[in-house]
Design a protein around this ligand. Structure first.
Ligand SMILES: Nc1ncnc2c1ncn2[C@@H]1O[C@H](COP(=O)(O)OP(=O)(O)OP(=O)(O)O)[C@@H](O)[C@H]1O
Length: 619
């Protein structure tokens, strides 16, 4: 290379620190800026040897090689900076042809700097590779998140997330549809106060009692099957949900709630439960109706028809036909055994209600509690001993007939309740919360003068009016003797048929004997006398046994007895009867059988005549 302007340009533009060395003078003829920076000083016109740490001979050998080969490289020559600090250099020598001087261009590669550059490049490459990897991971997670979003949104269950403060972090599509809220309306807001603020019954639902918050506090998954969330339109939906707390590096991050709208299912469940309860109720009712009807059929065996030709029986039959066409409440009065219960059956059978039950309630000698339970029925656990739901007789008699027997004996407290039921036209089972409408006809019977009972203050007037819309009367048998032969024949035939006895006929003398007797027990007594005589006769002659003497020696003959006299005689008779039965009232040999009366009637008479044990227990 010629030492001219080309050389100087090459020197200036060389990327390496480069010097131009006059070898013979050991003088640096020129250098570029990089060389000054490398040696940390300006080098022009300075000797090279102060910067050389290798032996001068090594440098001489190197320069010879450069001059000889034109170019030479060495990595072993040592140099130092101006301040003496060593440099690790690779030296590139180029011989520059010159006419008068031996010039050599020395370029230096700073090996330390190169190492540093390499290390940095390596680090940068490493960082670049890390960034790429991070971008890949980021992309992967974005992908996963997108897929998760797709899955969350495709799920049929409502899913939402809340952070540890209870604020919504995400709400999937199903949840938005079920709740009527957009996710944008909910994200970042406290969800409990928006969708879970009240219980279904309208009570406030404080967040500290909310199971979702509990799942936070107790670090447990909570499952709730019966709760309500509130929609944007203010309507509740019944939900079941699972709340699972979520943790981020061991720190509570919030919870994920997965819920399902079970409104329809709960609705159907309730309908099913109601239907099953209804079926069960009907089953019990039917069972009880059946039981009741069986006993009724047994007890009304003889109520096949009303026998008799007397004007009062004809009148009774006409009234039965008349009243049977209506649903009017009827009051049948008359002495014991005159056919009041038979009349009730006849009205029921002739009415449109005949396919529904005729339900009898005995109102005498029963407590208020018993009557309430019997008529109204009760729910299980309404009181001690109420072990199952029971329908009352008012329910059994729905659309049928309710027979209140011995109605005058109803306890006063119950009269008030019954009057109320009839006025309100509804009642309630004991322990129940719903009312049942009353739709039935009530036929009451009594052997007392109910109007007189009202006068005496023993019977409520309002109830009397309710029950006696259509009053009827069964006359005493002694006031319609023309019926006696018909009735006697009717009972004789019926008994013979029923007990398969040889046929027996009533003689004229028999009829006369029957007509001569006063029949204090009325038709029931006649029925008993005939039945007993038929059994004893066994197809032979009928012989009657009367319990009260027809013609007593002490009788007053033709004298007319006052009502007080009659009652006194009736009382004496009852005491005698109790003496004979030794105080026994019902069953065989009891006072009721001897008198031809129902045991309940005998009990109520003992009570009304105020007969004490001392009076009959003479032993
Ligand atoms: N006219 C009649 N025809 C046929 N049987 C009758 C007649 N009257 C009453 N009987 C019969 O006499 C008996 C007593 O009648 P029932 O029980 O109806 O009287 P009651 O007035 O209701 O008596 P109590 O007040 O004591 O309850 C029954 O067996 C009934 O069938």
């Amino acid at each position: 290379m010629n030492c001219d302007s080309d050389i100087l340009a090459a020197l200036a533009f060389s990327p390496l620190p480069t010097i131009l060395l006059d070898t013979q003078a050991d003088r640096i003829a020129d250098h570029n800026a990089e060389a000054a920076m490398l040696f940390n000083t300006r080098l022009r016109n300075k000797n090279l040897s102060p910067f050389l740490t290798s032996a001068a001979t090594e440098m001489a050998v190197f320069l010879d090689a450069v001059i000889h080969f034109g170019r030479y490289i060495d990595g072993t020559l040592g140099f130092a900076r101006d301040d003496g600090s060593p440099l690790r250099l690779q030296t590139y020598g180029t011989h520059i042809k010159s006419s008068d001087k031996i010039l050599v261009m020395l370029g230096f590669l700073d090996l330390d700097a190169q190492d540093r550059r390499n290390a940095q490049a390596e680090q940068e490459a490493h960082q670049r590779a890390g960034l790429m990897q991070w971008q890949n991971i980021y992309g992967f997670f974005r992908e996963v998140e997108m897929q998760n979003q797709l899955i969350l949104n495709a799920a049929g269950e409502g899913i939402y997330g809340i952070n540890a403060e209870g604020k919504a972090t995400f709400v999937n599509r199903a949840a938005q549809e079920m709740l009527g809220w957009d996710a944008a309306d909910l994200i970042g807001r406290e969800l409990h106060s928006i969708i879970h603020h009240h219980h279904l019954n309208g009570e406030l639902f404080p967040s500290h009692t909310c199971p979702i918050y509990k799942s936070f506090r107790r670090d447990e998954t909570v499952r709730v099957e019966d709760d309500a969330f509130w929609r944007k339109d203010g309507k509740p939906i019944l939900v079941e949900y699972v709340s699972t707390p979520i943790y981020d590096h061991g720190v509570l991050a919030g919870a994920v709630v997965i819920f399902r709208d079970v409104t329809e299912r709960k609705d159907n469940e309730k309908k099913l439960r109601d239907a099953l309860a209804e079926v069960e109720n009907l089953r019990v009712q039917l069972e009880q109706e059946n039981d009741y009807l069986l006993t009724e059929i047994r007890s009304v065996r003889s109520h096949t028809g009303i026998v008799g030709r007397s004007p009062s029986v004809r009148n009774l039959a006409a009234q039965i036909d008349l009243v049977a066409d209506t649903n009017t409440n009827v009051l049948v009065t008359g002495a014991t055994g005159t056919g009041k219960s038979l009349t009730v059956s006849a009205i029921h059978e002739a009415s449109a209600r005949r396919k529904r039950p005729l339900v009898k309630v005995n109102c005498s000698d029963v407590s208020l509690d018993q009557l309430e339970q019997e008529l109204f029925g009760y729910r299980k656990a309404a009181f001690r001993g109420a072990t199952r739901d029971t329908v009352g007789k008012l329910t059994l008699a729905q659309n049928g007939t309710l027979h209140l027997d011995e109605v005058s004996d109803l306890p006063k407290a119950f009269q008030a309740k019954l009057a109320n039921v009839l006025q309100e036209q509804k009642y309630r089972r004991l322990g129940d919360v719903t009312d049942i409408p009353v739709k039935m006809t009530i036929i009451s019977t009594t052997n007392r003068d109910l109007a007189a009972e009202v006068q005496a203050g023993r019977f409520r007037q309002d109830l009397f009016f309710e029950l006696s819309v259509f009053p009827m009367r069964c006359e005493r048998l002694q006031d319609r003797p023309e019926d006696i032969p018909y009735l006697a024949k009717h009972f004789l035939d019926a008994t013979s048929r029923r007990l398969r006895l040889p046929p027996t006929r009533l003689s004229k003398a028999n009829i006369e004997a029957l007509l001569a007797y006063p029949w204090p027990g009325n038709v029931r007594e006649l029925e008993n006398v005939i039945e007993r005589a038929a059994i004893l006769a066994q197809g032979g002659k009928l012989k009657f046994e009367f319990h009260t003497r027809a013609h007593d020696d002490t009788d007053t003959g033709d004298a007319v007895l006052s009502d007080a006299d009659l009652r006194a005689r009736e009382r004496d008779n009852l005491i005698r009867c109790l003496q004979r039965s030794n105080g026994k009232v019902s069953g065989s040999g009891g006072a009721a059988q001897l008198l031809g009366l129902a045991p309940t009637t005998v009990y109520s008479r003992i009570k009304s005549f105020a007969i004490t044990q001392a009076e009959w227990d003479t032993v």
